[in-house]
Ligand binder design. Structure first.
Ligand code: NIG
Ligand code: FE
Length: 380
């Protein structure tokens, strides 16, 4: 089955020389992009879609989300908006609700959010465990995530559960829990932060994960300055996520590394914190990604378009930088070369906007602008 999308006003991410092409066409064959070029030269296909001069982008790559949970924390959000600070301890509220839920309830919640994301143009999703915090509850979280998303992360080290001694919990996370979770996951993550896991614990957990075949990524420098970014770079993590409070050394270390700085501006929006300084990172030469961090506590948005708009308005990113960070940046943060772009050979994850250019994502914040989405060549 082939699909020709023609009369594309602006085709984004389909050519390594030019980030956008005007008056373009794209052919999907099966689950792949088979051809891109000038609309006038387009070959025939089984189905033809007239883009009507609108923009076509790669589907968004949301490289950071926590979707396996039950319940919500709207009251906590409301309290924050009237001045209460965000605290990592809120995670335990969701842990209690998640443990009490059935597999089917958790599965339904992930499915609901994946569908919500797909409708908004997100075609690659990373999902973490971290609201179970027992061997059985973490194992089922990564198992259910693996059924429904592309990329699965074992985050047993989200917080130390109530009533457990930290040393005992680290032994569990690096021992029995890791053994149960590793077969379902590609990545290992730690919430390296005051109130969660310190530098020594983080290194021990990443090292154990690596020995079990998992690749590190890290929650780093979200709530204050700390060792997270340094450790992420030392462990060659694919990504250091949040990066809100960075020293000059942190910025230099990221710029000198392959570790992507994944910025999650929805979190700063939803916790009333200062935004990360994307400009400082980009100007230093660091690689940057944007993701939602969709979770019931610190940020319950599933909208990559909203994150793009925040990044442009609040983090001094240009619309091009923000959209690149939300597509190719996310792919890099997941070490994927088949998504985040539309060059021939890419997975056919295609977003047809109801707008003439990518700029409209930030220019018209909050306005639904997704006309059609294909994931692996199939209409979503
Ligand atoms: O990425 N920072 C740690 N974990 C999540 C928040 C989880 C929660 O509050 O439930 C985050 O912000
Ligand atoms: Fe997170």
């Amino acid at each position: 089955m082939s699909i020709l999308i023609t009369n594309i006003g602006e085709l984004v991410g389909a050519d390594s020389e030019r980030w956008t092409i005007e008056d373009a066409a794209l052919v999907i064959d099966g689950d792949r992009v088979a051809w891109v070029g000038a609309a006038a030269d387009a070959p025939d296909a089984d189905e033809v879609v007239d883009a009507g001069g609108r923009a076509v982008l790669p589907g968004f790559v949301d490289s950071h989300a926590h979707l396996v949970f039950a319940g919500e924390r709207a009251e906590e959000f409301a309290a924050r908006m009237s001045g209460r600070p965000y605290a990592a301890g809120g995670i335990r509220t969701t842990v209690a609700k998640t443990r009490a839920a059935s597999d089917d309830e958790l599965r339904a919640n992930v499915r609901r959010l994946v569908a919500e994301m797909a409708r908004q143009g997100t075609t690659t999703i990373e999902c973490k465990s971290g609201y179970g915090l027992t061997v059985a509850d973490e194992e089922r979280a990564v198992r259910i995530a693996a059924e429904l998303v592309d990329e699965v992360t074992y985050l047993g080290a989200h917080v130390v559960p109530a009533g457990t001694e930290a040393g005992d919990y680290v032994r569990l996370v690096t021992g029995e829990m890791l053994k149960a979770c590793a077969p379902h996951a590609r990545w290992i993550d730690v919430f390296c932060e005051r109130g969660a896991f310190d530098a020594d614990q983080t290194e021990e957990i990443l090292a154990a994960g690596r020995a079990a075949g998992l690749v590190p990524r890290l929650h780093a420098n979200q709530l204050g300055h700390g060792p997270g970014v340094r450790i992420a770079v030392e462990y060659d993590a694919a990504s250091a996520d949040h990066c809100t409070f960075l020293s000059d050394d942190d910025v230099a270390a990221l710029a000198d590394s392959e570790t992507v700085a994944t910025l999650l501006p929805g979190v700063e929006f939803s916790t009333r914190q200062p935004y990360p300084d994307a400009r400082r990172l980009i100007d230093a030469g660091a690689r940057v990604a944007l993701a939602t961090d969709c979770n019931p506590g610190s940020c319950y948005t599933s909208s990559m378009a909203f994150c793009v708009a925040l990044a442009v308005r609040e983090m001094r990113m240009s619309p091009e930088e923000a959209v690149r960070a939300a597509t190719e940046g996310g792919a890099r943060a997941l070490r994927r070369t088949d998504v985040g772009h539309l060059r021939p050979g890419a997975r056919a994850d295609v977003l047809l906007l109801d707008a003439p250019s990518h700029i409209h994502l930030a220019y018209r914040p909050g306005v639904p602008q997704v006309a059609r989405v294909w994931r692996a060549g199939l209409s979503v």
